[in-house]
Design a protein around this ligand. Structure first.
Ligand code: UD1
Length: 417
C-alpha cells in the first residue's frame, strides 16, 4: 500500500494552480446522462473519484473519450439503468445517477452509497423528494430499485434540510420531468450553481427565482455542449492553510476569490495577510495566529470540508479555539492522529476544543478520510523531521497531484510504494 513521507519544517513559497472542482464535476458528469448529444467537459480534476464516476458512466453505456485536457461523452446509445455496488461503494456521489436515470428511463437500480466514514450519510432526503416527482422505491439487497411508471411529473418540493446531493439529484431529475418543478430550501453551494450553469448550457430550463428556490420547466431534448468546470474551492482552501500554517507565502491561482470570501476573511481574522487579485489570491502566513470560535455551516458558511485543515492551523494559535462541526456527526477522526503528533484537542459531541501553541512532532500516521488525510499532511509539514502517512488512497480521491504541487512550493514530500 502506498504511503507518503513528509519532512518538515519548511516555509512554503511559490505558486499553486488550483484544479477543477471534484464536487462540481461529479454532479455535472451525472447530469450529462440526460443528454443524447455530445458533451465536452474541460477542467475535470485528475482524481480517483472522477475516474470512478467515469467508470460508472461507462458501465451505464456512455462512450467516453479522455484526452489530455478534456473528456468527451457520447450518450447516444446509453441504455443501462444499473449502478453496481462495486462502483458506488467508494464514492457517495454515485447516488447522483439515480435522478438522471429515472428522468430518462423511468427506472433505475442503484447501489446504496459508500464514501467517507464521516457519518451515517443517509439518502432519505433524495428518495423522499424523488417520490414527489412520482417515483416508487424498494430497498433490496443494498440497492435502491426505483420506478416511475408514468415518467417523472413536476411538483413543488421543499427539502426538510439543506442537502447538497439531494438538491443536485432533484435539479437533474426535474430537467426532463413533465411540467414545472419548484425546489425550495435548496443548498446553494457554488458547485450546485456550476451544475445549473452546465445544465442551462445543454438546453435545460432552470431559473433561480429566490435565494434558495429554483424553478425548472421540463424539456424533452438537450443540445451539444462544451463546458469548463469551476475551480476546486476546497483544494484552494487547503493550500491557503498550508501557507498559513508553515508561515509561508503562496499565490493561489486559477480561482474566483469572491467564492471563497468566508475562508479568506477567517484567515485574515487569525492573522494571515491576504492580497486579492482577479483570479488569484496571495497569502502570507503570520507567526502570530489568533484563536477562533467557529462553526461549520452550509454555504456561504465555513465548509465542513475544510474543518480538519483549519484545526491544524488553530493548534498553533495564541489561545484555545473551538470548532463546532454542524454538518456531519463523525467528522473528528483526524483528532486522534493529530493528538499523536502532540496536539491537545478534546472533543465533546460535535465540538472540538483545540489548545493553542502546539509544535507538532513527526509521527507515523493513518489517514481515515479524504480531508482528514490532508490535515495530517499539513501537520507533518510543520513537524521537524520525518512523518509517514499510511492509507493515502483517501487522499487520491480528491487531490490532484498533491505531492508535485506541494514540492513545487518547497515541501519535502514523496510517495513510497
Ligand atoms: C456534499 C459534498 C461533501 C460535503 C457535503 C457538505 C459532494 C460529492 N460531496 O456531500 O464533500 O462535505 O456536501 O457540504 O459534493 N443528509 C441526510 N439525508 C440525505 C442527505 C443528507 O440526512 O438524504 C444529511 C447528511 O448526513 C449530512 C447533511 O445532510 O449530515 C448534509 O449532507 P449533504 O449536503 O447531502 O452532503 P453530500 O451531498 O453527501
Amino acid at each position: 500500500m502506498q504511503k507518503l513521507e513528509v519532512f518538515g519544517a519548511f516555509k512554503l513559497k511559490g505558486q499553486v494552480r488550483i484544479s477543477g472542482s471534484k464536487n462540481a464535476s461529479l454532479p455535472i458528469l451525472a447530469g450529462s446522462l440526460l443528454s443524447n448529444k455530445k458533451i465536452v467537459l474541460k477542467n475535470l480534476p485528475k482524481v480517483k473519484d472522477i475516474e470512478t464516476m467515469l467508470s460508472l458512466l461507462k458501465s451505464l453505456g456512455s462512450k467516453i473519450k479522455i484526452s489530455d485536457n478534456q473528456v468527451t461523452i457520447d450518450n447516444s446509445n446509453q441504455n443501462k439503468k444499473f449502478a453496481s455496488y462495486n462502483l458506488v461503494k467508494t464514492m457517495r456521489a454515485g447516488i447522483l445517477v439515480l435522478g438522471p436515470l429515472l428522468a430518462k428511463f423511468g427506472y433505475a437500480k442503484v447501489s446504496l452509497p459508500g464514501g467517507c466514514a464521516i457519518g451515517t450519510r443517509p439518502i432519505d432526503i433524495h428518495l423522499k423528494a424523488l417520490s414527489k416527482l412520482g417515483v416508487k422505491f424498494k430497498i433490496y439487497n443494498g440497492y435502491v430499485i426505483a420506478k416511475a411508471s408514468k415518467g417523472l411529473i413536476g411538483n413543488t418540493i421543499k427539502f426538510p434540510k439543506l442537502s447538497v446531493g439531494a438538491t443536485e439529484n432533484l435539479i437533474i431529475a426535474a430537467c426532463l420531468a413533465k411540467g414545472t418543478t419548484f425546489l425550495l430550501n435548496c443548498a446553494i453551494e457554488p458547485e450546485i450553481k456550476d451544475l445549473v450553469n452546465f445544465l442551462i448550457k445543454t438546453g435545460c430550463k432552470i431559473k433561480w427565482v429566490a435565494k434558495r428556490k429554483i424553478k425548472i420547466t421540463g424539456v424533452s431534448e438537450l443540445k451539444e455542449t462544451n463546458y469548463s468546470v469551476m475551480f476546486d474551492r476546497i483544494e484552494a482552501g487547503t493550500y491557503l492553510v498550508a501557507a498559513a500554517v508553515t508561515e509561508g507565502k503562496i499565490k493561489i491561482q486559477n480561482i474566483k476569490p469572491d467564492i471563497i470570501n468566508t475562508e479568506l476573511n477567517i484567515l485574515k481574522k487569525i492573522g494571515s495577510k491576504i492580497t486579492i487579485k482577479k483570479n488569484e489570491v496571495q497569502i502570507t502566513g503570520s507567526k502570530q495566529i489568533k484563536s477562533l470560535k467557529i462553526k461549520t455551516a452550509p454555504y456561504p458558511g465555513f465548509p465542513t470540508d475544510l474543518q480538519a485543515q483549519l484545526m491544524v492551523l488553530l493548534c498553533k494559535a495564541n489561545k484555545n479555539s473551538i470548532i463546532q462541526e454542524n454538518i456531519f456527526e463523525n467528522r473528528f477522526m483526524h483528532v486522534a492522529e493529530l493528538n499523536r503528533m502532540g496536539a491537545k484537542i478534546l472533543t465533546r459531541g460535535n465540538k472540538a476544543i483545540i489548545k493553542g501553541g502546539i509544535n507538532f512532532a513527526p509521527a507515523e500516521l493513518m489517514a481515515t478520510d479524504l480531508r482528514a488525510s490532508v490535515s495530517l499532511i499539513l501537520a507533518a509539514l510543520t513537524a521537524k523531521g520525518k512523518s509517514v502517512i499510511n492509507r493515502i488512497y483517501h487522499l487520491d480521491r480528491g487531490y490532484e497531484n498533491i505531492e508535485s504541487k506541494l514540492r513545487k512550493v518547497g515541501a519535502k514530500i514523496r510517495r513510497l510504494n
